[in-house]
Ligand binder design. Structure first.
Ligand SMILES: Cc1ncc(C[n+]2csc(CCOP(=O)(O)OP(=O)(O)O)c2C)c(N)n1
Length: 708
């Protein structure tokens, strides 16, 4: 027996008419609205509305860029959506920063919508990350101990929805990830599906299949549709439906959602729909569509109209609903045209959420504490954080109980905190990085790692596309609080795929903070600061410093700082300070990571401790420019030391900046020393040594500069 009531149909029809009227109005006012690109749901409305009507405020949704009808069904008004269409200041999602129907929302009465990018398919990983977060929130480790103790969380999050009762009653939250059929062929979607089935996550993947990529059609781009593809993922139950039929869609979605709320496992709904409008305002259907007549024969609008008639609505009632919706769309459009544009100064807000850690605090060198190697400083920092904060999790490759990380950097943590909190992932760097968007959105604090900097590349897409821009493009609503640990650098013939440096790549991504410590005490203090920072943080940890096995790196070991010790980002350390001198040449070395040790040893071996000032940057972003410039203005010469190949590097850019700012104070050009500009660090130890800088090479450069 159908649960479809007249009320449901009325609401659905009003939403469909509104979405359709909007698409038609945009077309009629093309000149005015196409300044900024937009795509509409025309043809896809019924499945979107069927879903949108059935989500609850505790659910999380990741709508696609074609899902304006779904947004209306969540309760958004045409006016809200049009503010984004016209990129206005009061666009509730992004303040005019991102495209039409690219929502991000944290309203109390609506499903939560974290930011998602415009890159197709990429939202599958963040969405699955939310579901992974739900799973942990429902685990005994977390729910029973934390929620019943009513501990305070740092973010406002209603944890009670995850109670056992809530699951039994069937109103536990779910996640919905909306995808276009063409996006399902992307690799990252497979990573998301894999994790969803592996961990049995409460997520619904809704695939709207209109048979088109942009102009490429199904025959060209896929060997099977999403329903068939889902069969390859054991435990991903899939159904295929006519998404243009409202009642069929509503009932199918109702059943699937009820099952996920109770049984906590993933589903895929494959909904076949016709695309009846342009791909986007910029890519017009008349240029390439050869199926429009057939597509129009599947229009969801007459289907729903007939369903209204079948349920006792009169023609007059139907016409009056439609008329009213058209009138609202018209009025809202005129209102939105008059809305304010953002001001130039609005460009500069919400790149980061404010961090509470702004001062160095706590005991850096406790009396009687032991000297430990750098890798242990990191381990102890994470251990203290996990002991104190149940919302802290650690995951990545091989960090679980059996090994505790390939560098033993997570050793014993799984034993101490359980497999719910410290676990291995498949070899999925994209998932490792991108899932933190979702984890963070449900109030958790993930610490994740990629095994070697050389393998950050598959994760860079998520880092750039989703993680780094979430705060800015959601106008501050969804900062991503996460730590990404990255073992980095050349050490003992690691060879071309276990030695690379990547700081120039990550410092070129705005919206993340980056630490590159040279010693254990800094690493511990920075790890703590990173944890309490509401923004994404990368910690680059030099493998050669982990155990101070590289000759000349004993300085990386430290007395372990106390638990309360925090070191804020953006404060460099002048580890070798000199006076201003007129009678001898002086020099500032600006460096970080391994470079600090080369610089320290070189100046020591040359007997120049009183002529060479050394600045350890500690963090590459934020960058302590004040300390750098002050020093260079004092010494009159500057050498930037990096382990990276020097061309087009972070170090070169910094040298340029120093030159620009200190030009009048300089007695020589600012110089840079880094690795040779070859494509990779070769395996052979002679070649490796030739490739990368060393104390000896830094000495030569110091000599050159002092004698300039
Ligand atoms: C990663 C990525 N590559 C390319 C694009 C450009 N692009 C935008 S929409 C689109 C087609 C997507 O088709 P589908 O997922 O089936 O959704 P539809 O537009 O048909 O609803 C492409 C290739 C993009 N946004 N992201």
């Amino acid at each position: 027996m159908s649960n479809i009531t007249k009320e449901i149909l009325h609401k659905a029809f009003a939403n469909l008419c509104t979405a359709k009227a909007m698409a038609e109005l945009y077309e009629a006012n093309f000149k005015q609205v196409s300044k900024y690109v937009h795509a509409t749901s025309r043809g896809h409305e019924s499945i979107q509305i069927a879903l949108g009507m059935q989500l609850l405020p505790q659910d999380y949704a990741f709508p696609y860029y074609r899902d304006d009808a779904m947004l209306l069904a969540f309760g958004l008004k045409p006016y809200d959506l049009m503010l984004q269409l016209l990129a206005k200041k009061d666009d509730p999602f992004s303040g005019g920063r991102t495209y039409y129907a690219h929502p991000s929302l944290r309203d109390i009465d609506k499903p939560k919508i974290p930011h998602q990018s415009s890159a197709t398919g990429m939202q599958a990983i963040p969405a699955t990350g939310v579901a992974l977060g739900f799973k942990y929130r429902e685990s005994e480790t977390f729910f029973e101990e934390v929620n019943t103790a009513k501990e305070n969380f740092e973010i406002d999050y209603d944890a009670s929805v995850h109670s056992r009762d809530s699951r039994l009653r069937g109103n536990a939250p779910i996640v919905v990830c909306s995808l276009g059929d063409a996006s399902v062929t992307e690799g990252e979607v497979a990573e998301a599906f894999q994790m969803a089935v592996l961990k049995k996550l409460p997520i619904l993947y809704l695939v709207q299949d209109n048979g088109w990529d942009i102009s490429a059609n199904a025959e060209e781009i896929r060997a099977q549709d999403a329903f068939e593809y889902a069969k390859g993922f054991k435990g991903l139950e899939a159904i295929t439906i006519d998404g243009a039929n409202f009642i069929e869609s509503y009932e199918a979605v109702e059943k699937v959602i009820a099952t996920i709320r109770k049984e906590r496992r993933p589903f895929l709904i494959h909904a076949k729909v016709p695309l009846l409008n342009h791909h986007t305002s910029g890519v017009r259907m008349e240029w390439y569509r050869d199926d429009l007549e057939e597509a129009r024969s599947r229009d969801p609008y007459p289907v729903l109209k007939q369903q209204m008639l079948d349920h006792g609505f009169s023609v007059e009632e139907i016409e009056s609903i439609e008329k009213e919706c058209r009138a609202t769309v018209e009025t809202d459009y005129h209102l939105s045209l008059q809305a304010e544009d953002p001001k130039p100064q609005d460009l500069f807000t919400h790149d980061f959420a404010p961090t509470p850690i702004t001062e160095e605090k706590g005991e850096r060198t406790p009396k009687g504490a032991e000297k430990v190697v750098m890798v242990d400083c990191a381990l102890f920092a994470v251990e203290e954080l996990m002991a104190k904060h149940k919302e802290c999790l650690l995951y990545g490759q091989d960090v679980g109980a059996r090994l505790g990380g390939v560098f033993r950097e997570a050793a014993t943590l799984a034993q101490k905190f359980g497999d719910d909190r410290v676990f291995n992932t498949p070899i999925q760097e994209a998932f490792i990085v991108g899932s933190t968007v979702g984890m963070s959105a449900v109030g958790l604090k993930p610490i994740v790692e990629v095994q070697f900097a050389d393998y950050i590349w598959p994760g860079l897409n998520q880092l750039f596309t989703e993680v780094s821009r979430s705060c800015y493009l959601s106008n501050g609503k969804w900062p991503v609080s996460m730590i990404l640990r990255v073992p980095i650098g050349a050490y003992g013939s690691g060879g071309p795929y276990h030695s690379s440096s990547v700081e120039s790549i990550v410092t070129n991504i705005r919206g993340i903070k980056i630490a590159y410590p040279s010693n254990g005490a800094d690493l511990k203090g920075l790890m703590k600061a990173a944890y309490y920072d509401p923004n994404p943080v990368i910690i680059l940890e030099h493998k050669g410093l982990y155990w101070s096995k590289v000759p000349g790196t004993k300085g990386a070991t430290s007395v372990e700082p106390a638990e309360d010790y925090v070191l804020p980002f953006g404060k460099a350390w002048v580890l070798q300070e000199i006076w201003k001198q007129e009678n001898v040449e002086t020099l500032t070395i600006v460096t970080y990571g391994m470079g600090v040790h080369w610089a320290y040893n070189a100046s020591g071996e040359m007997g120049l401790r009183n002529q060479v000032e050394i600045i350890d940057l500690r963090t590459l972003f934020p960058l302590d420019e004040d300390t750098i410039m002050k020093s260079v203005k004092k010494t009159g010469k500057c050498l930037v030391v990096t382990e990276e190949p020097s061309n087009n590097s972070f170090a070169r850019a910094l040298a340029g900046k120093i030159q620009e700012e200190c030009f009048r104070f300089l007695d020589a050009p600012v110089m840079t020393i880094g690795s040779e500009n070859m494509p990779a660090i070769p395996l052979n130890s002679i070649l490796e040594e030739t490739m990368i800088p060393s104390t000896e090479k830094v000495k030569l450069k110091i000599n050159e500069l002092l004698n300039y």
